[in-house]
Design a protein around this ligand. Structure first.
Ligand SMILES: [Zn+2]
Length: 272
């Protein structure tokens, strides 16, 4: 992390609950997507839904399933948002720490923010030792698995990076979800600033052109989703009450205003 400071709007902290937020959104697959369930049971379910003989006992990679719907975990969605916002702000010159990486050598620079002065991303997304202010729900498909699974498994030659678990086997059969599958989810937040809501709007815009990808096999043309923010609710806390509901034109201008604040933050980074 560079030494230069770029001020951003802080958070009230966990000792004070000033506002609660709910951002409802839809994610639509623009490409086939594979969320990679790990269990044999899920592979068997997918195999029986496919209902055809495939040249293997079971497909090698199948989507995650929960209560008959295809799902994307909140944690993986959070990771995608965190990655995009972090790398964009870093490029803009706003100091953002690097999280510890699982593979390879040490991260290029500082891996942890000082606890008393977290960076923009750690403030909102949290750190391994401190909870953040954003909660990403599990995304669930509107329709049951039978309706969203691609009809034919896709054969593929494995490259190690794509699929670490089965390095030894070169030939893979993938059973992804189709294009145009719609998922629904929410992002809940505490004491959100205009800047972080603007950052979420920015990811929404980036996704519109297919640059936001979920799941595995991203380099093989899988995983692009288009995010559409449907509604934002702001709740007051003393007492708890729905203060404002943004939808339609109201939502559009609110999100654009927040995005301007986020763009201002990036401009301050460039000047620092
Ligand atoms: Zn940080």
């Amino acid at each position: 992390m560079e030494g230069v400071d770029v001020e951003f709007e802080g958070m009230e902290g966990f000792h004070k609950l000033k506002s609660l937020w709910r951002i409802e959104y839809e994610a639509k697959t623009l490409e086939p997507i594979l969320t990679q369930a790990a269990t044999e049971e899920t592979k068997e379910i997918v195999d029986s839904v496919l209902g055809k003989t495939i040249p293997k006992d079971l497909p090698d990679a199948v989507p995650l399933i929960f209560e008959g719907k295809s799902v994307i975990t909140g944690n993986s969605v959070k990771g995608v948002f965190r990655h995009i916002i972090s790398s964009q702000l870093r490029e803009a010159g706003v100091p953002i720490c690097f999280q510890k990486v699982k593979y390879g050598s040490a991260a290029p620079e500082q891996t942890q923010c000082p606890p008393d002065k977290p960076c923009f991303v750690c403030t909102w997304f949290g750190t391994p030792s401190r909870q953040g202010a954003l909660y990403f729900s599990m995304l669930r498909s509107h329709e049951p698995l039978e309706k969203v699974l691609a009809g034919d498994p896709i054969p593929m030659i494995a490259v190690r990076d794509d699929y670490r678990a089965i390095e030894a086997r070169a030939f893979l059969l993938l059973a992804p979800l189709k294009e145009n599958v719609k998922f629904h989810g929410v992002i809940d937040g505490e004491n959100l600033s205009s800047e972080i809501i603007g950052a979420i709007k920015e990811v929404h815009d980036i996704s519109g052109r297919g640059f936001v990808k979920f799941g595995g096999f991203k380099t093989r043309g899988f995983g692009a989703v288009k995010i559409e923010i449907l509604k934002v609710e702001k709740y007051g806390t003393v007492p708890f009450n729905l203060e404002k509901e943004y939808s339609g034109d109201d939502l559009k201008s609110f999100l654009e205003e927040c995005q301007r604040k986020y763009h201002d933050l990036m401009s301050r980074g460039r000047r620092a």
